[in-house]
Design a protein around this ligand. Structure first.
Ligand code: BJW
Ligand code: ZN
Length: 252
């Protein structure tokens, strides 16, 4: 995507104006917003982890087949998270929440916890959180960030196998959180779609929902996605640059 300086400026101005006019704002983020923090995206790198398609390690079927393999994948990612910090894209969304307060909702597909670490409070983590574990048999659940877990961690209450508290393919999203996300999207007049390939449902369907309820849609991504066709303005570039640029304009 190559645009002239004038075209880029014009898009930034249009995005800022849509945001300025909005009473309620909802934001959907994906792995791309954390890319500049050093967290790998899913569909980058061919969507493979050590040669395994992501469906093999991020499904209940994959976990049932080979829990040790799946835990190796998640323990590796838990370790990697210790090194990472929020980037200017995350911080721009904290500034936006501070400006709008209860007129702002951040919906994230990310499990890295970086929005919470950055300081967003009106946050809906619809795919769960990597730092949390829960029992495959009982109600036990615990947030244990930065803790090294055994190769096959067991429940302290019942002794059965623990699993990462994330939403795998073929699983339902946490219903209360999902309902809140849908409600925020139907109520917003401006919807930001940041760093997501917009192919994983039901999250990707929120872009359509926003449009159907009359919101303006602004996309932040490196490249075009299925959401581009629904966006009023697409800002192509790293969100660690484009989000702060829009926030900067909003202040003047
Ligand atoms: C940058 C950047 C920078 C890079 N700046 N941008 C309807 C239609 C079709 C299929 C389905 C459907 N409904 C359900 C399905 C099946 C399935 C699905 O959607 N499959 C599709 C792939 C086709 N969905 C489900 O299974 C969902 N559950 C469900 O529907 O339940 C009902 C049911 C019940 C029982 C039986 C059957 C159905 C659950 C989906 C859960 C997704 N979980 C994962 C894993 C989480 C745990 C973990 O992390 O391990 O969530 S999958 C993975 O994808 C992860 C992500 O949250 C999610 C989205 O990915 P994301 O964030 O968009 O990342 P990428 O890598 O794809 O994109 C990064 C983007 O950033 C790119 O565009 C880059 O260009 C950009 N970028 N750097 C700005 N600096
Ligand atoms: Zn248990």
């Amino acid at each position: 995507m190559h645009h002239s300086i004038d075209e880029i400026e014009d898009r930034l101005d249009r995005a800022t104006n849509l945001l300025r006019q909005a009473k309620n704002v909802a934001v959907l983020t994906g792995a791309g917003i954390s890319a500049e923090s050093g967290v790998p995206t899913f569909r980058g790198g061919g969507g493979l982890w050590e040669g395994h398609p992501i469906e093999e390690v991020a499904t209940p079927e994959g976990f049932a087949r080979n829990p040790a393999l799946v835990w190796r994948f998640y323990n590796m990612r838990r370790e990697a998270l210790r090194q990472v910090l929020p980037n200017p894209g995350h911080l721009a969304l904290v500034a936006l929440e501070q400006r709008l307060r209860d007129r702002f909702t951040l919906i994230t597909q990310n499990v890295d916890g970086l929005h919470a670490i950055a300081g967003n409070q009106r946050l809906l983590e619809i795919h769960g959180r990597l730092s949390r574990v829960r029992c495959t048999s009982c109600e036990f659940s615990r947030d244990c960030p930065g803790e090294s877990l055994p190769a096959l961690p067991k429940c302290p209450d019942c002794g059965d196998l623990l699993r990462p508290d994330v939403v795998w393919f073929h699983e339902m999203l946490p219903q209360d959180i999902w309902r809140k996300a849908e409600l925020a999207v139907t109520r917003c007049d401006c919807f930001l779609v940041v760093g997501t390939s917009a192919v994983v449902y039901p999250a990707a369907g929120l872009v359509q929902t926003a449009r159907q309820h009359g919101a303006s849609v602004i996309e932040f991504n490196l490249e075009q996605t299925p959401a581009s066709a629904l966006a009023h303005v697409s800002l192509f570039g790293p969100s660690g640059k484009t989000l702060p640029e829009v926030m900067q304009r909003l202040r003047t």
